[in-house]
Design a protein around this ligand. Structure first.
Ligand SMILES: NC(=O)c1ccc[n+]([C@@H]2O[C@H](COP(=O)([O-])OP(=O)(O)OC[C@H]3O[C@@H](n4cnc5c(N)ncnc54)[C@H](O)[C@@H]3O)[C@@H](O)[C@H]2O)c1
Length: 359
């Protein structure tokens, strides 16, 4: 495995919430390959063909724990037992459309879950770095062409987006109140940041109402792909792009705890910001077959049409930048879905991480 972090993660105790999910499974594989002692905390995986299940990563990491982040007492017990040094908090209810059906549960998991994780961090002296994953949708979306910068106001129209906006407010409050950089070394030893990625795509995601899983399900069934919001513009990026940003940020925070404890955008370059239709077209091209059907529904629940992130801060201050454009990204994504049924999925993921890092 290529190590762009110069052995930093080797032997580190890293706790990942949401490790059974799409992004969390990739992060756990990457950290495990770098020699970290990974402890995962999440609910059961959704299906037998999730990346978590197929890769078998649960059996390789130090501990694969099923627990609910809404249970604050349990979180503190787990943290006390495993004494993590770095925490990546990804567990959440992450779907916009589902959040209209279960708004209360969405807020409970996303907002109270985040608060319980921060309280567990506060109660566990071993934790030095906390990277809290929110989303690009945490910004008050005014559908403008300009990309959101880290200092833009938080907001959110639907329950999911607003719950993540609320997470950001809570994270900011906990940082000011309990993990204030001015008090570092005197009252606490924690560096806490929040990170916002774009529309993340990659192998092993089967979530409902996400464009890549929707495309693959249709292609595997030999159906035309229904495109609900063909003209919606999103900042598409391969899952490994923001993960590389989160991991780089955690390393920087470890080495300089008061310098990087703030909000960070990890989106794609402007050239990768494209419509749902363009992305689905690229999927078909790489898959080698399939057709698209415009299924725009004028009565559909509200979803943002235009969403872009400004990534200048991560570029200039962290030296991070996206490695792949949209076309390369879709090529790698589709490669996973063409191979997962016949190959060793753990080896496939490691191969894709190495391929990504060579860009
Ligand atoms: N996928 C994207 O496009 C995207 C974009 C921006 C931000 N995000 C954020 O990244 C994170 C991971 O997203 P994902 O796409 O991997 O989602 P996912 O649905 O695949 O995974 C979610 C994970 O959270 C866990 N979880 C959910 N509720 C829980 C609870 N109450 N207690 C414990 N664990 C719980 C699940 O078990 C799963 O492991 C989320 O915070 C999401 O909001 C995702």
């Amino acid at each position: 495995m290529i190590d762009i972090f110069n052995n930093f993660y080797k032997g580190k105790r890293v706790l990942v919430t949401g490790h059974t999910g799409f992004k969390g499974s990739w992060l756990s594989i990457w950290l495990h390959e770098l020699g970290a002692e990974v402890v995962g905390v999440a609910l059961d995986p959704y299906s037998e063909r999730d990346n978590f299940v197929l890769s078998g990563i649960g059996g390789k990491i130090k501990a694969d724990i099923r627990a609910d982040i809404r249970d604050g007492k349990r979180m503190k017990e787990i943290f006390a037992e495993y004494q993590p040094e770095i925490v990546f908090h990804l567990a959440a209810q992450p779907l916009v459309r589902l959040s209209y059906d279960i708004p209360v549960e969405t807020y409970e998991a996303n907002v109270m879950g985040t608060i319980h994780v921060m309280e567990a961090i506060r109660a566990t002296k071993s934790v030095k770095v906390g990277v809290m994953i929110t989303t690009d949708k945490c910004y008050d979306n005014c559908e403008t062409l300009k990309g959101y910068v880290e200092t833009d106001p938080f907001g959110g129209y639907d329950p999911y987006s607003s719950s993540k906006g609320a997470c950001e407010v809570a994270i900011q409050s906990w940082r000011r109140s309990f993990f204030n950089p001015d008090d570092y070394g005197k009252k606490h030893t924690v560096s806490l940041a929040s990170v916002r990625a774009g529309n993340v795509i990659g192998g092993g995601d089967w979530a409902k109402d996400r464009i890549i899983p929707d495309c693959i399900r249709a292609l595997e069934d030999g159906r035309a792909i229904d495109i609900r919001s063909p003209k919606a513009v999103r900042p598409w990026e391969h899952v490994l792009e923001p993960l590389s940003g989160y991991m780089l940020l955690a390393q920087k925070m470890w080495n300089d705890p008061t310098c990087y404890c703030e909000g960070w955008n990890f989106g794609p370059e402007a050239e990768s910001v494209s419509t749902v239709w363009e992305v689905a077209t690229e999927v078909i091209k790489n898959y080698g077959s399939g057709e698209l059907k415009d299924s725009s529904d004028p009565n559909a629940v509200h979803e943002a049409n235009l969403l872009m992130l400004n990534i200048n801060k991560a570029k200039t201050r962290l030296g991070w930048k996206p490695r792949m454009n949209m076309q390369k990204c879709i090529e790698l994504v589709v490669d996973w879905y063409k191979r997962y049924q016949t190959e060793d999925v753990y080896a496939l993921c490691v191969e894709e991480i190495n391929k990504f890092l060579k860009n």
